[in-house]
Design a protein around this ligand. Structure first.
Ligand SMILES: Cc1ncc(COP(=O)(O)O)c(C=O)c1O
Length: 314
């Protein structure tokens, strides 16, 4: 089913998750389906772009300029939202160049995004001459950081829990969310009731994100129930193996909920371990925020196909 209504219908649904493992472990689980918000601007991307978009519409800005990789959910959503709103978009992309077979890049292009490809080293340094020479051409564009995790992004993400509390009276003990640049977790922290603990499952190996979430949340202290788990199971950002792919297939067929391999599958896999070893104790009530990222499934198929054809076994 396609979801193209713009602006989208909110609130996003809250549903019970029918997963036998939660029953075995004595855990009640619900999901907030932000993945259903919109096909182009899905999940936490809608949340983080909402106020950035408002800023562009209410000002003299001519467009949005932002950053990301060749498979980025964020760039995909920026390209999509700008097309829906008739706003110009520019992407500074970490990557080798345009490949029309890459479905994510093909979407950026079809949505009208102006693309600049830079090397990984250049990408890491915003002060690099190459990036500065691009930025100089767009003085009247709103510059949004990678992942959309600026102040307006955090404000939008804070609405996830406000919306949840106003749509149902479930009182979760734990909220689970995936972490990449930290803005979503920071927004959730701003609006979480003190009786609920936030568990952030990182997509990256490093635990640098703890400081970033703290900084973006503007809280004096991270609450005692906050925990961050870096990605130590599958080897880091965007890496996968057959075990992860099998887990995705099983989870999707059992629950009927599609998940991406970079963020939500890894969260759920680590959560599965936490249920089994009692890190999340029996009797707990858990709310998982589904942050979308499903466009990445086409990107994964493309990458698998490329690997097969190059003879590399992952
Ligand atoms: C699908 C998905 N889930 C979760 C995240 C992590 O969100 P954040 O970058 O705000 O930590 C991202 C990336 O930003 C994402 O694309």
């Amino acid at each position: 089913m396609t979801r193209m209504k713009w602006p989208p219908d909110l609130p996003s649904p809250v549903q019970p998750v029918h997963w036998s493992l939660t029953v075995e472990c004595g855990i009640k689980m619900w999901v907030k389906r932000d993945d259903l918000i919109h096909d182009w601007v899905s999940g936490n991307k809608y949340r983080k772009l909402k106020y950035n978009l408002q800023k562009v519409k209410n000002s003299e800005y001519k467009g949005i300029l932002t950053f990301g990789g060749a498979f980025s959910n964020h760039l995909y959503a920026v390209a999509g939202v700008c097309k829906l709103e008739g706003i110009a978009s520019v992407g500074i992309i970490r990557g080798d160049g345009f490949d029309p077979a890459n479905p994510t890049l093909a979407f950026y292009k079809s949505a009208g995004m102006k693309m600049y490809f830079v090397s990984r080293t250049e990408y890491r340094s915003i002060t690099d001459d190459i990036i500065q020479n691009i930025l100089i051409n767009y003085p009247d564009y709103l510059i949004v950081p990678e992942g959309g995790s600026n102040e307006d992004g955090v404000l939008g993400a804070s609405e996830i829990m406000h919306e949840f509390y106003s749509q149902c009276d479930i009182q979760p003990d734990y909220v689970l969310v995936a972490g990449g640049t930290g803005g979503t977790a920071a927004g959730i922290l701003q609006s979480l009731k003190p009786s609920t603990a936030l568990r952030v499952y990182g997509a990256l190996k490093s635990d640098y994100l703890i400081q970033e979430i703290h900084r973006l949340s503007r809280l004096e202290q991270l609450p005692s129930g906050f925990r961050y788990y870096p990605e130590t199971i599958f080897g880091g950002y965007a890496r996968w193996n057959q075990e992860l792919l099998d887990f995705i297939t099983e989870f999707e067929s059992e629950t009927g909920i599609e998940i991406d391999h970079i963020y939500n599958a890894k969260l759920l896999y680590a959560f599965k371990e936490h249920m089994k070893n009692g890190v999340i104790p029996s009797g707990s009530r858990v709310l998982w925020i589904h942050t979308g990222g499903l466009q990445g499934k086409a990107g994964l198929r493309y990458r698998m196909h490329k690997k097969q054809n190059s003879g590399i076994v992952h």
